[in-house]
Design a protein. Structure first.
Length: 432
């Protein structure tokens, strides 16, 4: 049997309704040479049945649970390039065609693009509900050195709009099977499965890649749904602690925040691959600023919050005088607000404050149009429910071209231009 060009992997915990949406988005691709691997930890017949609907779909049971679905799926993939598609994301019809053309031009180990966000009506942040999030895009192709990209990522500085590095969402990233095989031969896996979130996948993949091309064009709608784990990371921390405590082995702090999970992943991978990643620095000052803000919103017991803040102030004592003083000032303000956040959550008042804040943010947003924000390279949201009658990602996918064209003047279904052939040539040189 001929090797497919792409393997699209869908790791899932059995959310059949979302899987159906993700599968449909793949089957509707204009480029047809692909396979779909559904790696599922639920084992339900409803999810297994997808395999019967199309010969290109394979079902893999991953009974160990957790992040093993991501690893198991990669080990069963047969395509030349592999893409992980979250079960709550929607691949736009031209995505694989764009990736294939970029691969043919650059032969890069990693080909990445950008994405749009869909915030549903159950999103915890009221001002984002029923909106599309847009990261301004140009259509240009850029070459990136994978190691330099990792250095930028773990500088913990702003990425995406107006920044030199993209966000590298894995639902918008295709990785050569050769890279995956190199990682598996060395480590036995493509991501560490006993840490929170999937962020070990990024340093592992980039560590074994020799070249990367980035096309600044959206190819997927990323679902920022009320049921998405990433959207409830801070508000559901106590629930996660009850299931499994976060016990970082290498991070200098122990708060169960999203950014601390990212750091712990990197440090674990760097320990596993000292020859490839030992020289990748971590900007702990930038990390500390992000971590302190996340600590304020982390929904924990009061005794845990007190312990986390004490540990944080001890941690920043190791910093040089100027950043230490700045971080201490900022952290004291955030620490004072922490009890108010915890009490508001217990009493349900945070919903009221979010509703008020939503009105303020909406008023500010309406001062400038999406076209103006696009022109000035500013990330923005487009309200969609009332104007376009969108109630789901599938609804949005049917109307996304019309909406983006109407609001920004950009036709996302047209072929993105390439910023000169030099970008492609640079990728080929770095690959060779």
């Amino acid at each position: 049997m001929k090797q497919p060009t792409f393997s699209i992997l869908i790791p899932t915990s059995g959310r059949a309704d979302l899987i159906a949406m993700a599968v449909k988005s793949i089957l509707d691709q204009t480029f047809r040479d692909f396979e779909i691997v559904i790696a599922d930890l639920s084992g339900t017949e409803e999810v297994r049945s997808f395999e019967k609907s199309d010969s290109r779909i394979r079902y893999v049971f991953a009974p160990e649970g957790g992040l093993t679905t991501w690893d198991v799926a990669a080990k069963h993939a047969e395509g030349e390039y592999i893409l992980w598609l979250d079960d709550d994301n929607y691949l736009l019809p031209f995505a694989l065609d764009l990736f294939k053309r970029t691969i043919d031009r650059t032969h890069a180990d990693i080909v990445s693009a950008t994405h749009l966000y869909y915030y549903d009506r159950a999103h915890p942040r009221h001002y984002l509900r029923n909106n599309i999030g847009v990261v301004p895009f140009t259509g240009a192709t850029h070459s990136l050195d994978p190691k330099k990209a990792l250095e930028g990522i773990y500088a913990f500085a702003r990425r995406g709009t107006g920044a030199p590095l993209p966000r590298f969402h894995f639902s918008a990233t295709a990785v050569s099977r050769d890279v995956i095989q190199r990682a598996i031969r060395r480590l036995g896996f493509v991501l560490v499965t006993d840490v929170p979130n999937i962020h070990s996948l990024q340093p592992i993949v980039f560590a074994f890649a020799e070249s990367c091309a980035f096309v600044d064009w959206p190819v997927v709608i990323v679902g920022r749904l009320g049921v998405s784990m990433s959207q409830g990371w801070s508000t559901k921390a106590r629930e996660r602690f009850r299931k499994k405590a976060f016990l970082p082995r290498l991070s200098p702090v122990h708060g169960y925040t999203r950014i601390n999970g990212v750091l712990e992943n990197l440090l674990r991978v760097r320990e596993l691959l000292p020859d490839r990643l030992g020289a990748i620095p971590v900007n702990y000052e930038h990390f500390a600023g992000l971590y302190a803000r996340e600590l304020m919103y982390l929904d924990t017991e009061l005794v845990t919050a007190v312990r986390n803040w004490r540990e944080f102030f001890t941690f920043i004592e190791t910093f040089p005088p100027e950043p230490r003083a700045r971080l201490q000032r900022e952290a004291r303000k955030l620490r004072r607000r922490t009890p108010l956040v915890l009490i508001a959550r217990r009493l349900g008042l945070h919903h009221f404050w979010r509703a008020v804040f939503s009105r303020v943010r909406t008023a500010r947003r309406n001062r400038t149009s999406p076209r103006e924000r696009m022109a000035h390279n500013q990330e923005f949201e487009i309200p969609i429910r009332e104007r376009y009658h969108v109630n789901s990602i599938e609804d949005l996918a049917r109307h996304i071209r019309e909406i983006v064209l109407d609001q920004t003047g950009c036709d996302i279904a047209s072929r993105p231009h390439v910023a000169g052939e030099n970008a492609d040539e640079n990728v080929r040189k770095s690959h060779s």
